[in-house]
Design a binder for this molecule. Structure first.
Ligand code: ADP
Length: 485
């Protein structure tokens, strides 16, 4: 099949979270099955065009937004160590330094227009390339208008006559809701703003557009596929999802072992595998030293996360003093809501010998924490798929998670009696259940080191490759192809 994969971020060029990782790993897996896949993404100013050897393909391609003309230049490069081409839309007036937010962390005031134009630019560049996709695979709200345009404005364009759209919901908490005026330049007929189509309480909702118009909908775990049909998780879109449940599939991501693998990870001080864990011990003392913590064998609890309400970090904050009383160390890496940043920094002042709060985005440190930590905390309120729990397991770091979304699909609660399970799971998002899980984990770590070692080795040997997921994806693409326009 010919696949156009459209995304707002892709590692290592641009990344704020899991979507960036997946946008690189997924297309590689699909190319591995023999498909012809191209990726299309904006060229943000923060992307190092020299380092990544971007080549100019064509200048001044026209994207028409109603009567308005937006010119862009098309560049190409490849995902490192692969043959998957990544096409970049260069429009420096729209794709500035940040991916979603400006230097002050504020949403760009023209967000709706930026991603409307991105969508239109995708059609324009595919036409220029004469690339007729069987599947246009769109991701999250930034690409939400693409399935809509495919079924309306581009419905009769020869190049796209056979194209089917697949839309993946990576996080329904971000929908792209804006006043209609923000996309007035598109000159859409009023009928499309109906509440059954793009309209949402008198505004435009990009993600809803995709839920209504895409041929197939997917999300990133089977549990999350169920959850988003409920009021608690659907963020107002639950009834629209439910209407399309026959076309909804939940597929958990794999992990790209070329990037996340303790055996070969160049960012670690020492590599290791499940047969020889010396490198993990060295990674721990190295990081303790680097972050000015006491070098000791106290269990390290690690967190790498966007500091967003979604991630349930308030549970950690509320129980911080009690957690420290268990005699553990705590390392956090993250950026996000200023309030959370401040609160964690305060905790660091109080427990500076045994806690390290790193408010920054630092890929090297992320890899080093995965290797150094003993327990990885993800007490998320909701978690569509989650990648860090998978990375943790591969690095022999036991995940402690809430039973939601992808965490539920990928981590089974550990019972020290039977030694079944792969992590520590708690059910409801309250401090009591969360802290009980922390105590259970620390207890096994401290009191039953042999069992802990066995658990570590077990999770390192689980299969998180893309093999399974890619096969499921193949089927979903076939189903999309069978859809009538
Ligand atoms: P989400 O997509 O909701 O942010 P995931 O667990 O799916 O959560 O993916 C998060 C990805 O972003 C992981 O690769 C993680 O290492 C990375 N990440 C998050 N915050 C940071 C940070 N401050 N520095 C480096 N990497 C980060």
């Amino acid at each position: 099949m010919r696949i156009a994969f459209v995304t707002a971020e892709i590692a290592p060029f641009s990344k704020t979270g899991g979507l960036g990782d997946v946008s690189a790993a997924f297309p590689k897996a699909m190319q591995g099955l023999g498909h012809k896949i191209v990726i299309i993404t904006p060229l943000y100013k923060s992307i190092d065009t020299k380092k990544f050897r971007l080549q100019l393909v064509k200048e001044n391609i026209i994207a028409k937004i109603g009567e308005k003309v937006e010119l862009f230049d098309l560049y190409v490069s490849f995902i490192p160590h692969s043959k998957v081409p990544v096409y970049f839309i260069k429009n420096p007036y729209l794709y500035r330094e940040g991916i979603y937010v400006d230097e002050d962390g504020e949403d760009y005031s023209d967000s709706a227009y930026r991603f409307l134009t991105f969508t239109k630019s995708v059609f324009a560049m595919l036409r220029w390339l004469k690339f007729s996709p069987d599947i246009i695979h769109c991701n999250d709200w930034h690409t939400g208008l693409l399935p809509f345009f495919l079924k309306t404005e581009y419905n009769d364009v020869d190049l796209f006559k056979k194209s089917k759209s697949v839309f993946t919901i990576h996080n329904i908490g971000y929908q792209g809701i804006y006043p209609f005026e923000d996309i007035a330049d598109a000159e859409l007929a009023d009928v499309y703003f109906d509440e059954d189509l793009l309209g949402f309480y008198g505004k435009i909702n990009f993600m809803k557009g995709a839920i209504v118009y895409s041929d197939i909908l997917t999300t990133v775990s089977s549990k999350y596929a169920e959850e988003i049909q409920t009021k608690e998780f659907g963020y107002g879109l639950e009834s629209f999802i439910e209407q399309r449940k026959e076309d909804l599939y939940g597929i958990v991501h794999g992990v790209d072992l070329n990037v996340w693998n303790p055996k070969s990870d160049p960012l670690l001080v020492k590599n290791y595998d499940s047969k020889n864990l010396k490198g993990k011990t060295e990674s721990k003392s190295y990081l303790q030293d680097k972050l000015n913590l006491n070098v000791s064998d106290l269990p390290i609890l690690g967190v790498i996360s966007r500091l967003a309400t979604q991630k349930g970090l308030d549970l950690i904050l509320e129980k911080f003093d009690d957690i420290m009383k268990l005699k553990v160390q705590f390392i956090l890496l993250g950026t996000g809501e200023p309030e959370l940043e401040k609160k964690f920094k305060k905790k660091e002042e109080k427990y500076h010998e045994n806690s390290s709060i790193n408010i920054m985005f630092d890929n090297t440190l992320a890899h080093q924490i995965e290797a150094a930590a003993d327990i990885f905390l993800m007490p998320s309120k909701y978690e569509p798929c989650g990648l860090n729990q998978l990375y943790s397991m591969i690095y022999g770091t036991v995940p402690l998670v809430r039973n939601t979304g992808g965490l539920s699909d990928t981590v089974q609660n550990y019972d020290p009696k039977t030694e079944e399970g792969t992590g520590f799971v708690f059910e409801n998002p309250n401090v009591k259940e969360f802290f009980a899980a922390v105590k259970r984990a620390v207890k096994v770590y401290k009191e039953e080191p042999e069992k802990w070692l066995k658990l570590k080795k077990k999770i390192m040997n689980l299969d998180f490759t893309w093999k399974n997921a890619a096969k499921q994806w193949q089927k979903v693409y076939e189903l999309a192809q069978d859809k009538k326009r």
